[in-house]
Design a protein around this ligand. Sequence first.
Ligand SMILES: Nc1nc2c(ncn2[C@@H]2O[C@H](COP(=O)(O)OP(=O)(O)OP(=O)(O)O)[C@@H](O)[C@H]2O)c(=O)[nH]1
Ligand SMILES: [K+]
Ligand SMILES: [Mg+2]
Length: 347
Amino acid sequence: MLKNRALERVNAREAEVKVQLRKLTPNLNAAAQLKELDQRLKAHTAQIGFPSVGKSTFLSTVTETASACASYEFTTLTCVPGVLEMHGARIQVLDLPGIIEGAASGKGRGRQVIATARTSDLILMMLSAANADVERRKLIKELSEMGIRVNQQPPDVVITPKSRGGIQITSTCQLTHIDEDDIKKIIGHEFKTHNAEVVIRQDITVDQLIDVLVGNRVYMPCLYVVNKIDTLSFEALEHFALEPRTVVTSIKDGINIEYVKEMIWRSLGLVRVYTKPRGEPPCLDAKAAMFFPKGSTVEDVCKGIHKDFVSKFKGAKVWGRSVKFQPQNAGLSHVLADNDVVQILLD
Ligand SMILES: Nc1nc2c(ncn2[C@@H]2O[C@H](COP(=O)(O)OP(=O)(O)OP(=O)(O)O)[C@@H](O)[C@H]2O)c(=O)[nH]1
Ligand SMILES: [K+]
Ligand SMILES: [Mg+2]
């Protein structure tokens, strides 16, 4: 059961990925730099897909940027950024070159393309309706080989190296894919230690344990867009429409464009927060909203207003879905929900 060979392969590939990440071409890198330059951008999404599935057509449809579209493969050879405006937020959408099978192991410019997608907040996986299942499976594999896990949570495993005492394993659930001996061998191999405390709260696989040990995996949301539905019969389509995190579109014929935009917004999970000055009603205009990543706190709002707000913070009142009572007192660590109204009280 122990995948020693698999582990070695993973390690070798890891080293390769690191080298590749450093070698990003300036062109693809420009998009990452743009991220830092344009402070008004609230989120970043990257399109990943095989050639000619409609990525550039999508960018040209939902943003003001025109990216060349044509019926031949590899029309797009660089990274073309566009901006999608949703609910008052500017969201960057990247049009990237198509990737092919074997991209992660060096075919075409696939590694650079995937490395660019790795730094975004959401992957928009563009698929061609006629072949969507196969394309999806292949693309997930390519992303996985570059350390990207889509639509997964990080495994709930905590490993703390110790100076003595052997490897102590505590699991809060039954492990059906891996036994304690394997865990000890893998940790011994990877951490070069035979002393560690391991707490496992999930029925993990060998691969998931390796993910935890290797460490630099990214866990990203991914929205599947099944495009060119105009080329399929209704029956052939039905099952895609029912799958989670999947939208069917005909970008050419304008079908489901608004829906896919809304799904991008939801997949990003941005939190809109409105501030309320003392004695005044809050301004609920979209232009007055502040945008934060999911899980942001009152402290993040303070930092977003002024650098002194955290040190002068005395308390906050919050209205909205994150609190039971309207309003409710909240501290710096209170996690906010979309559309909350916050009043910050200072010393
Ligand atoms: N039938 C149909 N064709 C479409 C649709 N969307 C795009 N196309 C066509 O598909 C072809 C490829 O579109 P592109 O936008 O260039 O595709 P791409 O994914 O950017 O391609 P590369 O840059 O070469 O990787 C063009 O001829 C488009 O007109 C659609 O919804 N239905
Ligand atoms: K094309
Ligand atoms: Mg293109």
